[in-house]
Design a protein around this ligand. Structure first.
Ligand code: NAD
Length: 323
């Protein structure tokens, strides 16, 4: 409880698909005396959330206003440009007031360079304030269920790890300190690069096996038993009705949007270039997700819809008499 008492006034900026359910968990789980001040550029989402938790979730008028009211701020906005604006806007940004001693946690998935630039600005101007990158994994379903994982941009020995772990435990399940500033993002981007590449490879491998006459369920069993075993194939199989709970089996409707995969994949490829890491699959992977996210048959659907984009057979059950 001593950790909880430190969060009497908490700020949250960015109430979208991820941010809103995260605030709902905080509102349901923080001690009764805690207040959460929220801000989003879309006024309606702020009003809705405040109406859902009257007296508990309170409206802020800007990022600056939130910073004036609280000691700890979590941000969850789409891209690096939004993170810059939230923190560094000279009129309305968090850093436009004295933020000494405040704890700032950015959960957005953005490029490491922007995150480091924001951190650097804060360290130079407010040496006692602490800024952390802490991107999350687990998607909207995980945010609603409270099962997301946090990849924390600091060492395990960082003095704020206990506070950050407590806070994250209210919204998710796992917290992994990744070693230092921007390394939470580097971990998240390299993870999504790998997951994105596996989804393409799995789609192609399934397709070539199926066109050769194999039942996709047999193929999935073979991969699971062999050296190709991976989570995309086991639980997110891009071929519909191989794994009943995979987004593909529900028309690719629930899951991680292909446009978000395109964004994260592009950030990962840029990061690889910046750090001098050679990746032969980067450009082709990016072109694939770029094409899929612009294709009206795939846009807004789960990223494993890349199987459809690559021409995979979805109605295979009809051809095998539904057995
Ligand atoms: P979203 O677009 O649903 O929500 C973002 C919110 O930020 C919106 O409500 C928007 O109005 C608000 N916003 C934008 N600029 C702002 C500003 N300057 N000040 C205040 N509010 C502002 O996006 P999301 O799906 O919630 O994703 C947020 C971040 O989390 C992204 O970086 C995304 O990559 C990452 N992420 C998303 C998922 C997912 O499955 N959706 C999973 C893991 C990580």
């Amino acid at each position: 409880m001593d950790e909880a008492l430190k969060f009497r006034a908490l700020g949250f900026i960015g109430l979208g698909a991820m941010g809103k359910p995260m605030v709902i968990h905080l509102a349901n789980k923080l001690p009764p005396e805690s207040r959460i001040y929220v801000f989003d550029v879309v006024a309606q989402v702020v009003d809705d959330l405040c109406a859902q938790f009257p007296g508990r979730v309170l409206k802020g008028s800007s990022a600056r206003d939130i910073a004036q009211k609280v000691e700890t701020i979590i941000t969850m906005v789409p891209e690096g440009s939004h993170v810059r604006s939230v923190y560094l806007d000279p009129q309305n940004g968090v850093c436009s007031i004295d933020i000494s001693n405040k704890l700032l946690v950015d959960c957005s998935t953005i490029d490491t360079a922007t995150s480091l630039a924001v951190k650097d600005h804060i360290s130079r101007n407010f040496p006692t304030a602490s800024f952390y990158d802490s991107p999350v994994s687990g998607g909207v379903v995980g945010a609603v269920k409270g099962t997301i994982a946090f990849f924390l941009g600091c060492a395990e020995s960082d003095p704020n790890v206990k506070r950050l772990t407590y806070l994250a435990s209210l919204m998710g399940k796992q917290v992994i300190p990744c070693g230092g500033p921007s390394l939470g993002l580097a971990a998240k981007l390299s993870n999504n690069y790998l997951s994105g590449i596996i989804a393409i490879a799995c789609s192609e491998a399934m397709d070539m096996g199926m066109r050769s006459g194999l039942d996709p369920r047999t193929l999935a069993k073979v991969y699971a038993a062999g050296t190709a075993q991976n989570t995309i194939c086991d639980r997110f199989n891009p071929v519909p009705h191989v794994y009943p709970e995979a987004p593909s089996s529900g028309g690719y409707k629930e899951g991680f949007k292909v446009q978000l995969m395109r964004k994260d994949f592009s950030l990962a490829v840029d990061m690889a270039k910046r750090v001098g890491s050679k990746n032969v699959l980067g450009e082709i992977g990016l072109a694939t997700y770029d094409g899929a996210s612009k294709d009206p048959r795939c846009r807004d659907l789960d990223s494993r819809v890349v199987y459809r984009y690559l021409g995979g057979q979805e109605d295979w059950q009809k051809k095998t008499n539904g057995s």
